[in-house]
Each structure stands twice: as C-alpha cells, then as structure tokens.
Ligand binder design. Structure first.
Ligand SMILES: [Zn+2]
Ligand SMILES: [Zn+2]
Length: 145
C-alpha cells in the first residue's frame, strides 16, 4: 500500500491538543486551529533548530511548501500569544512516523514506532493505555508510511 504524495510526515503526535490562556477577560477566548503539519514545522525549525531544507526532508515535502507552512504557523502562534486565544492542534494531511502511548494508571509515557503494538505498560503491567495517534484520528493509516 502506498500513501498519496500530499501526505506530510509528522515524527510523533503532540502531547497536548489544546492550550487555553489563563486569566479572566470576561469572555471565552477565540479558538485558533493549528494543523498537525504546522505544529511539526514549528517543532522542527523553531524548537529543534533545523534548517528549512532538513526540516522539509523530514516531513517529505518541498522546501517552498515548508516555508509557507512555517510562516502560517508563526502568524497563528503570534496571534494566540498577543491576543490571548485558545490553541487547538488538529487536522492536516499527515501521518505519524512514531507514536506515544500513556499508561493511565502510572502515567508512564511509552514512545514506540507506529507499527509496534503496545498492549501492556512495561512498568506497572496495566492495560489501561491511551494511544496518542488514535486520539488524533490516526493509527493503521500511518503504518504504511
Ligand atoms: Zn503503568
Ligand atoms: Zn495516519
């Protein structure tokens, strides 16, 4: 099975999906959506310090696509921080390369390859696990990437 060329590769799911500003302005914050590929662009270029060339290779997209992606993401993040908006990370034409599983009993974070199937916490042997890729609507679709 092969995936459509337009899918972008995200190294692993984000740990948090929603960020809410703290404080009381008397009205609920406006929501700003950042897609998973925009999140990954910021992670690679601004957090990890990769060049646009290296970052675009990692996401399997062209450099010009990467540049457009990061510019959009930075504008949104500036708007969120300056104007006190709520950030929601979701969507985007992506697949994950790796996954994160969290044990809901001991909070252990387990980092795995996407195709590995973790059914038990290695620390406390609980089966009460949260699958981060699944929580973003992914899973089997990512394993052929
Ligand atoms: Zn555990
Ligand atoms: Zn997927």
């Amino acid at each position: 099975m092969s995936r459509p060329k337009s899918n972008r590769i995200v190294f692993e799911p984000p740990l948090y999906k929603v960020f809410v500003p703290k404080g009381d302005t008397g009205r609920p914050p406006e929501k700003v959506r950042i897609s998973l590929d925009e999140f990954e662009a910021v992670r690679l270029a601004d957090y990890k310090g990769l060049t646009h060339e290296k970052a675009s290779e990692s996401m399997e997209i062209s450099r010009s696509t990467f540049t457009r992606l990061i510019e959009k993401a930075r504008k949104k993040i500036a708007d969120i921080v300056i104007n006190g908006k709520e950030l929601v990370i979701e969507g985007g034409n992506v697949h994950f390369r790796n996954n994160i599983i969290q044990c809901l009993d001991c909070s252990n974070l387990i980092k795995t390859k996407m195709e590995e199937c973790v059914t038990e916490c290695p620390t406390c042997h609980s089966h009460n696990l949260m699958n981060f890729a699944v929580s973003f609507g992914h899973g089997d679709c990512c394993t052929h990437v």
